[in-house]
Structures are given as structure tokens and as C-alpha cells.
Design a protein around this ligand. Sequence first.
Ligand SMILES: [Zn+2]
Length: 71
Amino acid sequence: MKTLIEAHKVDGVKVCRSEVEVVCFHCQDPVSEHEQETGTCTNCGESWRPKQSVAVWAASVKGGARTWGQQ
Ligand SMILES: [Zn+2]
């Protein structure tokens, strides 16, 4: 499940384009809509807990390089 947030401005401050993805807390595997419904991760078999991975595209970097951070 990915949510893409396009670059925009908040109070005149530019916010980079970013992508938020819900992943399994145990194995970091992306959680699909089916897994969200069942509550069980099909990758590791655990009932997953949400953990967000955030990818941010820096506007000044060519080629869409991504920096991964954990929340
Ligand atoms: Zn898992």
C-alpha cells in the first residue's frame, strides 16, 4: 500500500514529493490490501503491525534518487 504525496507548498515552504508505504513490522514486507483485510502478513505469517517507510525525492537530485528513512 503506497500513498504518493506530490510536491506541494505549505505556508510558502516547499514540501518534496514523497511516498509513504505501510510495511510489516516484523519483516518490512509491503502490506497489500488483502493483508490489510486479513491482518496477517503472507510473507512471514505474523499478524502485521503497521510501520511506515517514507521515501522522499529530493528535488535537487537528478534521476529521482531516493532517501529512505524510518518512522
Ligand atoms: Zn511480515
